[in-house]
Design a protein around this ligand. Structure first.
Ligand code: TRP
Length: 330
């Protein structure tokens, strides 16, 4: 589509690759909406995963499959949106290399994402230092206008825009300066009340059964002052109520008032949530079961996605080489 703006989104295939409710509400659900309005590229960034440990490569294949299967189950449509693997499009690596000449080491070592991970898990390899440069290449190689991300990625998108600008100032207008696309996303609390995250072990996974989800909800933190039915509750600080806000349309009438008076106990409240949450996830789970039986379909989607992505990436890369006067044979 000629007049559509372009979006590039990226997700790392980490752990088992299966996505949790936080990934879905925070990103995927939004992408499914965006694919109708934009020219969309959804990249599974396998090289980025290696920055945290190159031995991780042995699990990548299963992981990538699971991410792709969850994407498709959640409603990303390969007709509308190119779903592909980063390492299938070598142009990301070429632009990354060129970008790496245009940015100083202190700029990278000062980024909060670098500082945090270095302190947390001692990451200090060369590839990890270049993580945001590779991310900038992921984005700029498609001349993407927008990148849907969470606030934690703001600096990375800013850096991508800065690299594009620097390139343009040096070699002439070639690259689009991308912008972050922040959308209002609900906070999805994990079972311990903290942000849902695989590293906290507090997740509800998209591909779990309805029974597993209900069992996990039973163990969810609630208002610590509401110990038994009859105690007045405080929905505004309750993780279960936060989920009701997403999945129970009438939560303001049906849940909050009886919780506050004590009439509604946590056990029943969680049962209601389980019903609504499972209802919302049922179509995704059904589709997931079908897709899982169809492994070849998933790999075909990724292969075709890469072909489409490569087309655009090759055109932008040719423009980059030409602007740099590195198209030697022309
Ligand atoms: N850094 C992103 C994250 O951790 C993943 C990512 C890599 C990405 N390349 C990207 C996101 C390009 C958006 C665009 O979530």
């Amino acid at each position: 589509m000629p007049n559509k703006k372009t979006i590039l989104s990226g997700m790392q295939p980490t752990g088992t690759g299966q996505l949790h409710l936080g990934n879905y509400e925070g990103a995927l659900k939004n992408w499914v909406k965006l694919q109708d309005e934009y020219n969309m590229y959804c990249c599974i960034v396998d090289w980025h995963t290696l920055t945290a440990g190159f031995e991780n490569s042995v699990n990548l294949k299963d992981c990538i499959f699971n991410v792709a299967a969850d994407y498709l189950s959640a409603g990303l449509d390969p007709e509308k949106c190119a779903i592909f693997i980063q390492s299938d499009v070598k142009e990301h690596a070429e632009l990354h290399l060129l970008f790496s000449m245009m940015i100083s080491v202190p700029t990278l070592t000062r980024l909060p994402t670098f500082v945090e991970k270095k302190e947390e898990i001692g990451l200090d390899n060369y590839g990890f230092l270049g993580y945001p440069v590779l991310q900038a290449a992921d984005i700029c190689i498609y001349n993407a206008d927008f990148v849907p991300v969470g606030k934690d990625q703001e600096k990375h998108i800013w850096l991508a825009a800065d690299l594009a600008k620097r390139f343009n100032n040096t070699y002439g207008e070639t690259l689009v300066e991308p912008k972050a696309l922040f959308t209002k996303i609900p906070v999805v609390p994990g079972s311990d009340g903290k942000k849902m995250s695989k590293s906290y072990g507090n997740t509800l996974m998209l591909n779990e059964s309805a029974e597993e989800t209900e069992a996990k909800l039973k163990r969810y933190f609630t208002d610590p002052e509401k110990l038994r039915k009859g105690d007045p509750g405080h929905p505004d600080i309750c993780p279960v109520y936060m989920l009701h806000k997403i999945y129970t349309p009438d939560h303001e009438k049906e849940i909050a008032p009886p919780c506050k008076t004590g009439e509604l106990g946590c056990v029943d409240c969680k049962k209601k949530l389980a019903k609504n949450l499972n209802g919302a996830l049922e179509p995704i789970r059904k589709k997931r079961l079908v897709i899982e039986q169809n492994k070849d379909y998933v790999w075909d989607v990724l292969k075709n996605g890469a072909t489409r992505a490569r087309e655009r990436a090759a055109a932008v890369m040719a423009a980059v080489r030409s602007a740099m006067k590195m198209d030697y044979y022309k």
